[in-house]
Design a protein around this ligand. Structure first.
Ligand code: 2RA
Length: 327
């Protein structure tokens, strides 16, 4: 069977990567509709040696016969348009944060909680930095019961789109930065998304709230600090975990190694550890620097790296679409 697919936000970094991943994974597509804002309509995009013209996203866009719509067009558009698509019987997988914490909307990482998808027509893709840590955390929670989580992130500029990448390159060349409140070149910005009254940024609150929802641990003790670093692509996260149960380090490493979707890069004697330059372009979650945290009874430190545009957004979305067509 082949499916009619719509890409909403087709000209953005994630939108274009949807198409790349759909082609790479040979997703069975019959008709393809590329939708974007008025300023992008008319753009020509090549997919499987055929040229498609980007059309302006309007409510009537969804009157077409579409099976699944992949959204990556910002929260406002998702809030407005996802319900329109769903009302036309279209299954929407949304990359924005608009619907993630809605109790009626499953928040899905296929390797972690595929069972969260019932007969839902609206499914939310988690935040990129949350997706990559959820994969190892699920393995360890099932084995040892996670009691507490501390995240410190080192997030690439591609997370803030083309403009973020341009800022880094301009900054390195000494040109004036434009998008960030301060230069990102040769700098670190402890400021991703807006600050809230709590003193936490929305990005930090996303990692906290989304981890609890995906692992179904509403009472989990968890905190996070999210930092933008001068890396072009690939998010890195330092993860500190405290478990309910004791663990054997080699058993823990073996469990991570055997999890589909995880690549262990953990041999510090030979300088083997995950790095963004080696994760960029791939779909796996790379885990290393695994070592006991001796400051608590059952603690561990991990270093988790992944391509935030692929596994962090586009590939995770396509993997959810693959789950849907297998149902
Ligand atoms: C970022 N996770 O990295 C956010 C949105 N992609 O900017």
């Amino acid at each position: 069977k082949k499916y009619n697919i719509a890409i909403v936000g087709a000209t953005g970094m994630v939108g274009r990567t949807f198409l790349k991943v759909l082609e790479e994974r040979n997703f069975p597509i019959d008709n393809l509709y590329l939708l974007a804002s008025s300023r992008s309509c008319g753009t020509k995009i090549n997919f499987k040696n055929k040229t498609y013209i980007v059309e302006e996203l309007k409510p009537e866009s969804f009157s077409k016969k579409i099976d699944i719509a992949l959204f990556s067009a910002g929260g406002d558009l998702s809030r407005e348009m996802a319900p329109v698509a769903v009302s036309c019987g279209i299954t929407v997988i949304d990359n924005s944060s608009a619907w993630r914490m809605d109790p009626a909307v499953p928040l899905v990482v296929p390797e972690v909680n595929p069972e969260a998808i019932k007969d839902n027509l609206l499914i939310a893709n988690p935040n990129c930095s949350t997706i990559q840590v959820a994969v190892p955390l699920k393995v360890l929670d099932d084995l040892y019961g996670i009691k507490r989580v501390i995240y410190s992130t080192y997030q690439a500029v591609s997370g803030s789109g083309v403009a973020g990448v341009e800022d880094l390159k301009n900054g390195i060349e000494g040109k004036e930065p434009s998008n960030y409140p301060y230069p990102i070149a040769f700098n670190c910005l402890p400021h991703i998304d807006d600050f809230t009254e709590s003193g936490y940024t929305k990005e930090e609150l996303k990692m906290i709230d989304e981890t609890r929802k995906i692992l179904n641990k509403p009472e989990l003790a968890i905190t996070s600090t999210c930092v933008r670093v001068p890396v072009e692509n690939g998010h890195s996260v330092s993860v500190n975990l405290e478990f309910e149960k004791e663990f054997d380090l080699s058993e823990l490493k073996e469990a991570l190694k055997n999890k589909e979707g995880i690549v262990l890069q953990d041999d510090v004697k030979n300088n083997i550890y995950p790095m963004p330059i080696n994760a960029s372009g791939f779909d796996e979650v790379f885990v290393g620097r695994i070592r006991r945290d001796y400051s608590v009874k059952n603690g561990i430190n991990l270093w988790v790296v992944a391509d935030n545009i692929r596994k962090g957004a586009a590939t995770n979305t396509v993997q959810i679409a693959e789950l849907l067509i297998k149902k």
